[in-house]
Design a protein around this ligand. Structure first.
Ligand SMILES: [Zn+2]
Ligand SMILES: [Zn+2]
Length: 355
């Protein structure tokens, strides 16, 4: 089968090749999935340039949807032909505190698809049954490929706060996760404000057209007051990872409010630590997703309560991966999908469901 792999050393820039590799055989506890759509993530760009760890030779891709084509002998509740997505924690120990409490992404032994073990930018992927979620026919493969970033946004916003319709939420960074976090805030009726840089104007316009209440490129004190009132925002999420954005965002949190770090940052940055005592703000770190976030993402998208079509801004065949990666790197668009297989079925379902 065709697969997009990082080869040689992870530290080297480049070294990504479209290879011909053997189609994987599912183990007793695994299923084999034909990949219908796979999203390009910022992490893939970092792997491309050797600026984040990967485990070569390894197939890229950790956001995808597909159809089960084969099941291992111990797989009971999944069948060939079923439309699915999967979480990313393919290898975990299963016995540590984190595994036993549904926090498997914190497991020391974790290897995730797409950089730790083979991922979804290939015609087929095999994963363990424990991380597979079925998707209804009302959810197209394209939309379903956004389950992973949506689950990240839901974990960040919903698991660390008790968000209500009266809350005002500021999200820094209009990439896919920021956009989805804004949609998640809207889904409970909260005020969603999405901030970006002047170069993000197109992404911010897309967010506005999809119902995000306010977008802005200037986070001055006056602007914050105008939108959130004298107090400031109840919840602020940083999805940018940029030091300047984080410093600005922290000043916009109201007293006793919550600041959540979603975007990956450099190891050390300068923040106003006195806000913790001065304003009694809480700073919370978040990573990845949990089982229930996936179920929520599937429910919100398949019922049309959250719309994501405007986030899919590019579509490429696997052979044109470099164009897709380049678009992503240069900030053209929001989410770019790669199709490792022919698209007949995806196109049909796309046309059928106009949610
Ligand atoms: Zn990702
Ligand atoms: Zn574990």
């Amino acid at each position: 089968m065709r697969a997009l792999r990082k080869i040689n050393r992870w530290q080297d820039s480049g070294n990504i090749q479209l290879c011909s590799v053997e189609r994987p055989t599912p183990g007793a506890d695994e299923v084999l999935i034909r990949v219908e759509a796979a999203g390009i993530c910022g992490t893939d760009i970092k792997i491309w340039h050797g600026s984040t760890w990967s485990n070569p030779p390894v197939i890229l891709g950790h956001e995808y949807s597909g159809v089960i084509v084969e099941t291992g002998r111990d797989v009971k509740n999944l069948k060939p032909g079923e439309r699915v997505v999967s979480e990313t924690g393919q290898v975990v120990c299963g016995v540590c505190e984190y595994c036993k409490t549904g926090r498997e992404l914190m497991c020391d032994k974790r290897l995730s698809i797409g950089y730790g073990v083979d991922g979804a930018m290939a015609e087929y992927i095999k994963v363990r049954q424990g991380i597979v979620h079925k998707i209804p026919d009302t959810l197209s493969f394209d939309r379903a490929a956004l389950c992973e970033p949506f689950a990240v946004a839901l974990h960040a916003l919903m698991d660390h706060t008790r968000l209500t319709a009266t809350d005002k939420v500021l999200i820094m960074g209009p990439g896919a996760i920021g956009q989805l976090a804004a949609q998640a805030a809207k889904s409970v009726g909260a005020l969603a404000v999405l901030a970006g840089l002047p170069k993000d104007q197109e992404r911010l316009d897309a967010a506005r057209s999809a119902g995000v209440d306010v977008t802005l490129t200037d986070l001055s004190e006056e602007a914050v007051k105008e939108i959130a009132g004298e107090k400031g925002f109840d919840v602020v999420l940083d999805c940018s990872g940029a030091e300047r954005a984080i410093r600005q965002a922290m000043r916009s949190v109201k007293k006793t409010g919550t600041f959540i770090q979603v975007g990956l940052t450099k190891p050390e940055l300068t923040i106003d630590y006195s806000l913790l005592t001065g304003k009694e703000i809480q700073i919370i770190g978040t990573f990845g997703h949990r089982w229930h976030n996936w179920e929520t993402a599937i429910e919100l998208m398949s019922t049309g309560k959250v719309r994501v079509d405007h986030l899919i801004t590019g579509r490429y065949g696997l052979e044109d991966w470099e164009q897709g990666f380049t678009d992503m790197q240069e900030g053209r668009g929001i989410k770019i999908l790669i199709y490792p297989n022919k698209r007949e079925e995806a196109a049909k379902i796309e046309g059928d469901s106009k949610l």
